[in-house]
Design a protein around this ligand. Structure first.
Ligand code: SF4
Ligand code: SF4
Length: 90
């Protein structure tokens, strides 16, 4: 599973160094071409084993930019996760 960064992102960089598995890239490396930061779903572990709440979302200064995305088969999934599209931190 993973979290996702939405177009609310203001490219502030607060999240990127908080990720324990380096799943986040900046706008220059976003593979979708969007001018926002991006989370690789196949790398994100939802901070399971590192933090109770996803560290990226805790660090993000916006309102709900970082949301829950799909569960990725074979990857850890937070027991506190909510449905896709729900802000990780409300
Ligand atoms: S939830 Fe955790 S592992 Fe996933 S991108 Fe955010 S900081 Fe990285
Ligand atoms: S902390 Fe939030 S607003 Fe800042 S770059 Fe990361 S996702 Fe975007």
């Amino acid at each position: 599973m993973a979290v996702m960064i939405t177009d609310v992102c203001i490219n502030c960089a607060a999240c990127i160094d908080e990720c324990p598995v380096e799943a986040i890239v900046d706008e220059d490396e976003n593979p979708t071409g969007e001018e926002t930061y991006y989370v690789y779903a196949d790398k994100c572990v939802e901070c399971v084993g590192y933090h109770d709440t996803p560290a990226c979302a805790e660090a993000c200064p916006t309102e709900g930019c970082i949301q829950w995305s799909d569960v990725v088969e074979g990857m850890p999934s937070s027991e506190n996760r909510k449905s896709k599209g729900t802000p990780v931190v409300e």
